[in-house]
Write a protein that binds this ligand. Sequence first.
Ligand SMILES: Nc1ncnc2c1ncn2[C@@H]1O[C@H](COP(=O)(O)OP(=O)(O)OP(=O)(O)O)[C@@H](O)[C@H]1O
Ligand SMILES: [Mg+2]
Length: 211
Amino acid sequence: MQILYQGAESIVYLGTFEDQESVVKERIKKGYRIRELDEELRKLRTRKEVKLLTEVRKLGIATPRIFHVDEKEHKIIMENVRGDRLKEYLNTLTLEKAAVICFQLGKQIGKLHSHDIVHGDLTTSNMILKGDNIYFIDPSLGEFTRRIEDKAVDMKLLKEAIKSTHFKIFDTAWENILKGYVEECRNAADVLKQLKEIEKRARYANREVPL
Ligand SMILES: Nc1ncnc2c1ncn2[C@@H]1O[C@H](COP(=O)(O)OP(=O)(O)OP(=O)(O)O)[C@@H](O)[C@H]1O
Ligand SMILES: [Mg+2]
């Protein structure tokens, strides 16, 4: 078995499905949870991931095609997106090229948010560039929501991820993400205002209290 990734909640490996190469994401058992609860959680999270991947794809945003869902074994069998994960790839690019990709990324997130979907884990580990398309994967923490706060939190997470993983290009990356986002998201102004509020709150919470 060729393992691509082993996380706390899941294991991702290569497989075949009807003669096609595939990627299997299997949610693993957590021994510390009561068995029934564990089964239920794995089932619900698998379902949610499938639902969101499908809805995101319907908007014309690239996601891996789903070949099969095994609810008993908590497995999603999907297309292997053979591309470059943005986490590593973005740091190998010139600023100009990174800017172009970040603009596209911002537009895609803007589109998601315009359709009231938040991804829930917008880190560059969950984005794969293949050809001209940025594929979104792993939306299992996402949801359907109209709340501005939820969209702002999604953006906050992305900003933190870019800051920590792509600090050398942060300014250009973030500027272009915002440009794309504003172009595509109907509530962009409200979301970005809320993002500022969240950051203000965070600064306030981190402030040292003088004795
Ligand atoms: N369809 C796919 N095609 C190619 N690579 C994939 C695919 N799905 C996942 N991967 C690889 O496996 C890694 C982990 O996958 P994923 O992000 O879905 O799992 P995870 O982070 O453990 O999810 P969760 O947070 O739900 O536990 C990805 O960063 C990516 O490198
Ligand atoms: Mg992930």
